[in-house]
Write a protein that binds this ligand. Structure first.
Ligand code: ATP
Ligand code: MG
Length: 311
């Protein structure tokens, strides 16, 4: 990796976006990911229908949009966790449609999940070692075959321990992943994604459900990824976080990319306002539902906070 400073990388990314049109699908100077006409339908519902979109190399790009816009489904298509009905996309100029998840990961494009997928009956270190082999998809049990570890075991363990130290999980290396707090599981998932030394890291709501004490740490880790030369594409609902860390924002609604632009002004774009106003909202909660949810959230937060401060 280059010895460029973090400031240089951020400045380079911002310079790349400076004179771009703020139009959906706008070409980028040096795209690492180029997507064309990706469609995914579920019965009569078109969950994803993205005409054209590019992700600039070295950027931190946010993917936003109302609930149900198709962000997670879009991630699933690109990373081989689901099969698109049609479309093409290239990563580093290499065609990726039809490539299974573990091969996509090994090619340098990894993702994390909105609902964290740590294997709770495995230790933290074992989870990390699995990350070196493949991403955990439907066939993850195959990765448990010890033969695949032979030969590289030492190297993999070294890298796992180095990453665990960076993410301050080294003290937990022999604990079951199931014993970690929600926030620590998010950290573990991010650390595990880095086992394959990716070039593009796709994070699906990396901060969701994490207590505020850990949010700053997670944000720092996301910024670190770019400082180390990686490209980041992340889904996030919290616009303060989007403004804090992203250089560019891509907005999805009803499966399509409807707007792109810098984080400072994207929320004043008419198309974005309409998309959020027009989005379906869940039925309003009754008072007692609300009270119950609030109580549950408080209990969960307290438990997580205790876990964090115990160390
Ligand atoms: N496996 C599936 N079968 C049927 N419908 C699905 C499936 N997965 C997603 N959908 C539907 O596709 C649409 C897009 O969902 P998706 O989860 O991609 O949205 P999202 O933008 O990630 O939303 P959120 O912000 O709530 O995570 C939704 O209407 C959802 O109900
Ligand atoms: Mg989602």
């Amino acid at each position: 990796m280059h010895a460029e400073s973090a400031i240089d990388r951020k400045a380079a990314a911002l310079a790349a976006f400076k004179d771009l049109d703020r139009e959906p699908g706008v070409p980028k100077p040096d795209p690492i990911l180029v997507v064309d006409n990706v469609v995914r339908r579920f019965g009569g519902l078109t969950a994803v229908d993205v005409g054209h979109v590019e992700v600039q190399r070295g950027s931190i790009t946010a993917l936003i949009g109302p609930n149900g816009a198709g962000k997670t489904t879009f991630f699933n298509q690109l990373t081989g966790f689901d099969t698109a009905d049609s479309g093409q996309w290239t990563f580093n100029g290499r065609s990726m449609n039809g490539v299974p998840a573990h091969k996509v990961a090994r090619a340098g494009m990894v993702r994390t999940f909105q609902l964290t997928k740590a294997l709770s009956k495995l230790t933290v270190l074992e989870n990390m070692r699995l990350g070196a082999q493949k991403q955990l998809g439907e066939n993850f049990w195959r990765a448990l075959v010890p033969a695949v570890w032979r030969g590289q075991e030492g190297e993999i363990t070294d890298r796992a321990e180095e990453l665990l130290a960076r993410f301050k999980l080294d003290a937990k290396r022999d604990d079951f992943a199931g014993s970690l707090s929600g926030g620590q599981r998010k950290l573990l998932e991010m650390a595990r994604a880095l086992m394959v030394q990716p070039e593009l890291v796709m994070l699906d709501e990396p901060m969701a459900g994490v207590n505020p004490a850990l949010t700053q740490s997670l944000l720092g880790h996301v910024k670190d990824l770019r400082e180390q030369g990686m490209t980041v594409l992340f889904v996030e609902h919290d616009m303060d976080m989007v403004r804090d860390i992203s250089d560019w924002v891509i907005v999805m609604a009803q499966g399509a990319v409807i707007a792109e632009g810098p984080p400072g002004t994207i929320m004043s774009d008419e198309r974005v306002i309409d998309a959020y106003l027009g989005a379906h909202h869940d039925a309003p909660l009754s008072e007692s539902d609300l009270a119950e949810q609030l109580h549950e959230a408080e209990v969960a937060l307290e438990a997580e906070f205790e876990e964090e401060t115990k160390k």
